[in-house]
Design a binder for this molecule. Sequence first.
Ligand SMILES: [Zn+2]
Length: 232
Amino acid sequence: MSIRELFELQQFDLQIDKANAEIKQIEQKLGNNAVISAAKSLLAKEQKALDVLNGQRKDLDLRLENLNTKIDETKKQMYGGKVTSSKELASLEKNSGLLEEQKKQLEAQVLVLMEQIEKQQKLASDASKSLQEKESIKGSDAVGFNERVQQLKAELKVLTTNRQAEAVEIDAEELANYEKLRLRRPGVVVSKVERGMCTGCRLNVPARDISRARGNVEIVYCSSCGRILYVI
Ligand SMILES: [Zn+2]
């Protein structure tokens, strides 16, 4: 009967649990691509909006080009000398005025669009920078995290060996009981008694239980939390 050995075994188990929990946490963090995929879809959205605006700009440029051609043709007709009828000239002049008016409107639209394009370019370039940043942070994180995982795995190897060496010292039935308790309640199952108090639940342990536990002939459980009491 040795609660002390069980307690020491537990110290290994707690460290093993801690290392495994850290490895699991790191693996979850490395597997978490939500931040990056959010940055990617933002970039795609901004880029698409920019493409739409650039497409509109091309359309406007094309319309402006056609309009300029029409204006040139009209002017040629007006001043080419071929048209002499005053009625026809007046009609050409009216037409030319309308075309110039259309041109002004188109040019105003181009100016508005250019402003929008400039703003959208900034948004797209910001989104691209943000994605690059997140990808590089993830890259540098991964290096540090992988190193930490290697370190933890090396520690686990040592801990497991030490735990095995400790476990062979313990009575098989006691060990099985301990394992069963650990399965039911992860964490501390062998609780030190300090100044008459169970350190597992922070409640006072009756003096009778303390002396029974100190006797080291039977397993004494905390009457409050059910942990195995360990009295030095
Ligand atoms: Zn307790």
